[in-house]
Design a protein around this ligand. Structure first.
Ligand code: RIB
Length: 329
């Protein structure tokens, strides 16, 4: 396989001149450019991307770090990031951190050494200081790291309030909440949105908020305990759709009919919610738009294209399906 030295010898120029032609940087006169280009074709020379990365300290590669690829929300988000990366001829690398700071740091360090051009991170542990130390463009996705960093998220608090209001408008008399982990900023915001809607109700009491950890089985266990201890609960706002599937399983196991006896509304709008029986009513995030906006922000950041706004917050919309009993008070 021909090397850059073979091309230089064939064209009668220095290796540095060939590099300038390959990387389109620095002056090369037209005759020399033609000679080098002909030598590349005659020798079927393929530039070594790693070598180019080393030379340019750029790789045309972006990394996406996600906390839990077993949650269907994240593959839908990743799809959008990948589409934008491909459209702009960036390679896309997907990393799963399992919400572990150590794994997150390993990926960040390893990819930085391969001259990754920038990161999109869904992280509840990365700090502003760590981002500055990375010294490459970073966009926070779904979970905000710092208001001074580019980020893309949704209106979690407002969406939670809208979900609870929807249950109230449809006649629910006692509403509980299955929350995500408190260390995740959007889980905390959704819980706060719920609490600010119900704390003053005469039926509100301790024990109506239980942690489902944003996962199916913990949510099923938490909902079972909640419904056994509070059999008069007739509405549940669930902090994400995966947990809402767990709540549906808990209700089924307890012989509670949805929506006849218990109304359930989730948060996310993942495709899975269309397949449950009954189909899940939820607060839909514009997942594709959120992911593609993050990728667009990062690539503009890498390319030095100024963005008018670097903190984007999308609204969420109710997706009415079958798990909330319709009917006003
Ligand atoms: O379902 C996973 C949750 O984690 C989603 O609500 C999303 O917002 C992410 O934070």
């Amino acid at each position: 396989m021909a090397t850059i030295r073979d091309v230089a010898k064939q064209a009668g120029v220095s290796v540095a001149t060939v590099s300038r032609v390959l990387n389109s940087n620095g002056y090369v006169n037209e005759d020399t450019r033609v000679k080098v280009t002909e030598a590349i074709k005659e020798l079927n020379y393929l530039p070594n991307d790693v070598a180019r990365s080393l030379f340019k300290r750029r790789s045309k590669m972006i990394g996406l770090i996600l906390p839990d690829i077993t949650n269907p929300f994240f593959p839908e988000l990743a799809r959008a990031v990948e589409d934008v990366a491909n459209e702009t001829e960036y390679t896309f690398v997907l990393c799963n951190s399992d919400n572990q700071m150590e794994k997150e740091q390993q990926y960040l360090t390893a990819l930085k050494q391969k001259y990754i051009d920038g990161f999109i991170v869904v992280s509840s542990t990365l700090t502003t200081e760590q981002v500055h130390e990375l010294n490459v463009p970073v966009v926070a996705l779904d979970r905000i790291i710092s208001p001074h960093m580019p980020s893309v998220s949704v209106q979690n608090y407002e969406g939670a309030q809208e979900a609870v209001q929807y249950l109230i408008e449809n006649g629910c008399q006692k509403i509980a909440h299955i929350s995500g982990p408190d260390y995740v900023d959007n889980a905390h915001a959704r819980k706060q949105g719920y609490l600010d809607m119900v704390r003053d109700k005469d039926w509100y009491e301790d024990g109506l908020v239980v942690d489902g950890k944003y996962e199916l089985d913990p949510a099923k266990k938490a909902a079972t305990q909640l419904l056994e201890q509070h059999p008069d609960v007739d509405g549940i706002f669930v902090g994400n759709d995966l947990m809402a599937v767990g709540v549906l399983k808990a209700a089924e196991a307890l012989g509670i009919k949805v929506p006849e006896d218990l109304s359930i509304i989730g948060f996310d709008g993942i495709a899975l919610g269309e397949t449950t029986t009954p189909a899940l009513t939820t607060m839909g995030q514009p997942i594709y738009d959120v992911g593609s906006k993050a990728a667009e922000l990062l690539i503009n950041y890498i390319e030095g294209i100024p963005s008018v706004h670097s903190n984007h917050s999308f609204g969420v919309q109710i997706i009415e399906r079958e798990t909330v009993k319709k009917g006003g008070v």
